[in-house]
Design a protein around this ligand. Sequence first.
Ligand SMILES: Nc1ncnc2c1ncn2[C@@H]1O[C@H](COP(=O)(O)OP(=O)(O)OP(=O)(O)O)[C@@H](O)[C@H]1O
Length: 372
Amino acid sequence: MQVEELELSQFRNIDRLALNCPESLHLFVGPNAQGKTNILESLYVLALGKSHRTRKDKELIRWGADAAQIKARVSGEFGNHRLDIRLTPRGKKVVKNGLEQRRLSSYIGTLTAVLFAPEDLTIVKGSPQVRRRFIDMELGQVSPSYIHDLTRYNQLLLQRNQLLKDMGNRRERINAFLDVLDEQMIDLSTSLWKKRVTFIKQLTQWAQDIHTSITQAKETLTIDYQSAVPTQGVTDEAGYRMAIEKELLRLREQELRRGTTLTGPHRDDLRLFANDVDIHTFGSQGQQRTAALSLKLAEIELIHQETGTYPILLLDDVLSELDDSRKTHLLEAIRGKVQTFVTATGLEGIDQETCDRARIYRVQQGSITEQG
Ligand SMILES: Nc1ncnc2c1ncn2[C@@H]1O[C@H](COP(=O)(O)OP(=O)(O)OP(=O)(O)O)[C@@H](O)[C@H]1O
């Protein structure tokens, strides 16, 4: 998959931008706060329909402007597409090949993207929320039904938490309400659990190979999906259903007291081990970075396997954060097959060969100029 043309108007601090980008490597260079990440963010929004930096779409509109627009022509193994996202303070319009897409799940997947930003280096060390977001964003790109289930689950969770808060003092009426919500909760949780466990299993196969190669076979990576529901011995959906049903009943009194839902996929996590040592707790910074890089590179391969086409890769200021051997590994892994957009404050630290095959742009106060 490749972005052939990109047009931005009134997006963040960028007034207008028209890029022709048939090449595979694009390097945006400039001092801090000039608009480099904004360009990558526009590509991310184009692929996933929402930003990785904010939930509020209106923040993407240039201050003082009425609307922002991201337009692109993308090409891939399955033909060309025209994508167009218009953002106004009233909402967002997502258009694919001239047709408005009312549901994001019918749009996502046309262009897939993997973003690697400095905060991803903390994917192992950071909070469970970071790892859940990682699963949700990546799995969502290859499974529209996952996005659908997740959206319903999140709505249900809000409703259930509201009920637990409001009805905490009126116990006699709440049990009937909760029984109804819990039935849907069990269905959706089971579906999310199954999809996530399968996804992690597939991702692990790629990540293990990549990790072995980066560490020159000194370490073996394993990844465990850790469910908030006790799932020891559970191997299938029927087992999970029984486990969550039992857990919801066990926790009901406690949930009423605390006014919130204490179990379910919104509390699940991932654990990563290098040679059976928990990297989250005991890993060195280097081990954590290697694991994060392996996950990101595995994602690229998984998207290719599932969709038949490679995603675009957005590298936001990470080259300076990686040491030479990890950097070389990253650049080699994507070479020639993955269209890549990179931001950096300078060209130092990027090898000559990479610079030679890249298109280089200077970014200054939202204006982008290609270097001759
Ligand atoms: N809606 C907006 N309208 C206009 N300008 C904005 C808007 N949102 C952010 N900005 C400006 O965009 C700039 C930040 O751009 P960006 O995040 O792309 O920086 P960057 O070049 O990637 O820098 P760094 O290297 O520090 O990450 C800031 O100057 C900020 O004030």
